[in-house]
Design a binder for this molecule. Structure first.
Ligand SMILES: Cc1cc2nc3c(=O)[nH]c(=O)nc-3n(C[C@H](O)[C@H](O)[C@H](O)COP(=O)(O)OP(=O)(O)OC[C@H]3O[C@@H](n4cnc5c(N)ncnc54)[C@H](O)[C@@H]3O)c2cc1C
Length: 436
């Protein structure tokens, strides 16, 4: 059988190569390290963690905990190496980063069906099955080739400038109201009103909040053309009230008047389970975002499924380009996997590499696809990334907001999440995903 070419031996590429090989499919794994390093990679090892050594929560009440458990049950290489190199970190799965990456490298290098080719890929292979997993810091020549491969250059982004996302059910609708400005069109926006006193307190904290670190390789161009909300706020007390917090044409039905300021939330998915804070692109540290944005009365108990970010990140406008198997719609022999598809995070990148490889292996074996259901975290993530109804696509961590609700009430968020996980794992156990 012709080998599948996997580009990049990071988390997604290593997982994909392993899943193909364990199903008897030969792999040509191309990795540019150690000859050429991205600005964040520093070792020759595969599956290198570029920043934190934590793979986040390992609890089933947390969506990333569920995703890990799914991957474990399905025989993920990355999860097996993470579990074997775990260091104490409370409820999180943190690893000895060198032991972890070395274990992945040894497994990959010693598999008889995987041939490692140390070279920088500068063009998409013209033939054969390919999984592109070159990550958020894909080298420039390959990024250019990917951009040229798609019909529109704006389908490949180089920077992330995203506003936070919250779940609909966590917005206090006793405080907020649905309306569109001047009642034009349908009342699609959720409006979160603020009195002058509330706005003053919010503005003071916003101006003083701590910003995230700028990595050495991220120059100031990241922030050009998209001003963070905290920078806009520092220009003057009224600036936001003439910008994203403008109250004009938005009467609060409870008072019949325009509030002093209004934060608008726009629907982020077709189901209406997730909303984004309009105009709130931000570079604040995540705990600061939670602290300051929770001062907006309707968001006092908001559940943030993604915080705002502004950083270097190469990713596709996947809802326009990829299907639920992370395949390119216009040329299905090519799949993408990992952070470049717009999934966000170590475990999410691993999961996309896993799914892309398993579905490709099944095609090559002449079997029907697994079609991971939406109730599973693995399936929900792939369906979100390929969901055409997501208009303004931004990378996202896995979260329970993209998994269908239970359909019955469970008291308490932790209990509800535990039930969602239980359902997901029961479904997962019925799927035919075992390797050979
Ligand atoms: C600076 C930074 C910090 C991050 N911190 C975290 C964090 O703390 N926690 C978290 O969960 N997520 C974090 N992320 C996001 C994301 O989870 C990681 O980037 C993750 O490693 C993505 O996995 P991946 O497999 O898609 O890409 P990577 O792990 O980056 O793997 C891509 C591989 O492709 C190789 N490659 C690139 N171009 C080519 C080419 N042309 N030819 C051949 N090989 C190539 C690279 O050398 C690399 O080995 C961070 C991202 C960045 C950029």
């Amino acid at each position: 059988m012709e080998p599948v070419t996997v580009i990049g031996a990071g988390l997604a590429g290593s997982e994909a190569a392993w899943q193909l090989a364990r199903r008897g499919i030969p792999v040509r794994l191309k990795e540019m390290k150690p000859e050429k390093m991205t600005p964040a990679h520093h070792t020759p090892w595969f599956g290198e963690l570029v920043c934190s050594n934590s793979l986040r929560s390992d609890q089933l009440e947390n969506a990333v905990g569920l995703l890990k458990e799914e991957l474990r049950r399905m025989g993920s290489l990355i999860l097996a190496c993470a579990d074997a190199h775990r260091v104490e970190a409370g409820g999180a799965l943190a690893v000895d980063r060198h032991g972890f990456a070395q274990a992945i490298t040894e497994k990959i290098r010693s598999h008889p069906l995987i041939t490692v080719v140390e070279e920088e890929v500068t063009a998409l292979p013209a033939e054969g099955n390919v999984i592109v997993a070159s990550g958020p810091l894909t080298s420039d020549p390959l990024a250019e080739a990917i951009r040229d491969f798609f019909p529109e250059s704006h389908y490949l982004n180089f920077f992330d400038a995203a506003a936070p996302l919250v779940t609909f059910e966590s917005v206090d609708m006793d405080s907020a109201f649905f309306a569109s400005r001047y009642d034009k069109g349908t009342p699609d926006y959720i409006n979160c009103p603020m009195t002058e006193e509330e706005y003053d307190a919010f503005w003071t904290q916003l101006c003083a909040a701590q910003e995230a670190e700028v990595h050495g390789f991220e120059d100031k161009n990241v922030f050009e053309g998209c001003m963070p909300v905290e920078v806009m706020a520092r220009r003057g007390k009224q600036t936001l009230c003439y910008g994203p917090l403008k109250p004009r044409g938005l009467k609060d039905p409870k008072t019949g008047k325009e509030p002093f300021a209004v934060v608008q939330l726009r629907r982020d998915n077709a189901d209406g389970t997730i909303y984004n804070l309009v105009g709130f692109q931000t570079h604040l540290k995540w705990p600061e975002q939670k602290r300051v944005f929770s001062m907006i009365p309707a968001l006092k108990n908001a559940e943030f499924v993604r915080y705002g970010v502004m950083h270097r990140n190469t990713y596709l406008d996947s809802p326009r380009l990829l299907d639920r198997y992370y395949r390119v719609k216009k040329e299905p022999r090519i799949c993408f996997a990992g952070q470049i598809t717009g999934v966000e995070g170590y475990v999410e990148s691993t999961a996309s590499g896993f799914l892309a490889a398993v579905e490709l292996a099944r095609r090559l074996e002449g079997k029907p696809p697994v079609d991971f259901p939406r109730e599973t975290a693995t399936g929900a993530l792939a369906l979100y990334v390929s969901n055409e109804s997501v208009a303004d696509f931004q990378p996202m961590n896995v979260n329970f907001g993209i998994i269908p609700p239970l359909g019955y009430r469970v008291k308490g968020k932790r209990n509800k999440n535990a039930e969602l996980s239980k359902r997901a794992l029961e479904i997962l156990d019925t799927l035919d995903v075992a390797g050979r």
